[in-house]
Write a protein that binds this ligand. Structure first.
Ligand code: B1M
Length: 219
């Protein structure tokens, strides 16, 4: 069992999606996260064990290397795709409740902003660490977040902004959401966002990268 879990972890770490995928070249023609996850389930390995001991471990390695600038966005996207391929096999177990999620995380790119690559990376990392992510998409107004919180009152909220102009919208959203839900934590990020800005607008946590957000949520 240890062996197949380590093989899956390696696939996530290096972005090997499936056997047909040519990337990474040194793993050509080998089974990827897709086939190995299916095989592990067929061998009777529990879905939760695969999630925690293989997938999350792989994503932790990816996040660490990304933070240390040993890998970059393209590699991280390949790992995210490999993770998605594996997660597809685990979905029925999430739905049945066999795998317990750590909590819910509402994620959005703020009003006026259409950039979603960073948000999607944050989504992958947080989902990969065992949280249920409610992705509200891009150009999201505070009303939509408040409506989502009404349905998911224990959820934490994550906001992404890429434009200096939409940072103002981030401020308005944080203040509006906090006026309705003062106890729900709000995490913020995005290229122009800083720790100083977080303090100014009253958000709870700022992270420059997805891994920091994961570490904060899991602490
Ligand atoms: Co636009 N764009 N763009 N763009 N774009 C930037 C951001 C810009 C810096 C380019 C430039 O001028 N050098 C500039 C902003 C300038 C400014 O505000 N100071 C800019 C502009 C001006 C614009 C338009 C206004 C251009 C125009 O139409 N005149 C327009 C705006 C549209 C809109 O949003 N309303 C626009 C449009 C676009 C495209 C649609 C073409 C495309 C977006 C496609 C998409 O996202 N689906 C695009 C792109 C690709 C970029 C650049 C080139 C790349 C952005 C990106 O994806 N980076 C960008 C220049 C650049 O950054 N080099 C640029 C990679 C991504 C992984 O990084 O999102 O920062 P990032 O996410 C990081 C971290 O910030 C963090 O994790 C991620 C991984 O480390 N993070 C979080 C992000 N969110 C987080 C949340 C967290 C925690 C961490 O907790 C919740």
């Amino acid at each position: 069992m240890e062996d197949i879990l380590e093989q899956i972890t390696t696939c996530i770490e290096f972005g090997k999606i499936n056997k047909a995928a040519p990337y990474p070249p040194n793993m050509k023609d080998q089974d990827g996260a897709d086939e190995l996850t299916k095989q592990a389930l067929e061998q009777g390995v529990k879905a939760e064990t695969i999630l925690k001991q293989a997938l999350i471990t792989g994503m932790d390695r990816v996040g660490k290397k990304f933070s240390e600038k040993k890998i970059f966005i393209p590699q991280m996207l390949m790992s995210a795709k490999a993770m998605n391929a594996a997660i597809e096999h685990l979905k029925p177990f999430f739905t049945s409740g066999e795998i317990q999620r750590k909590g819910k995380f509402i994620l959005a790119t703020v009003q006026g902003d259409l950039h979603d690559i960073g948000k999607n990376l944050v989504k992958m990392a947080i989902e990969g660490s065992g949280w249920e992510v409610i992705d509200l998409g891009t150009d999201v107004k505070s009303e939509k977040i408040i409506a989502s919180l009404a349905e998911n009152p224990d959820a934490k909220v994550g906001l992404s902004a890429l434009l200096t102009t939409t940072m103002q919208n981030m401020k308005d959203i944080v203040q509006n959401v906090k006026s309705h839900y003062p106890h729900n934590e709000i995490l913020i990020g995005g290229a122009p966002v800083t720790e100083d800005f977080r303090k100014q607008i009253g958000a709870d946590f700022y992270s420059p990268d997805p891994q920091g957000a994961v570490a904060y949520l899991n602490q």
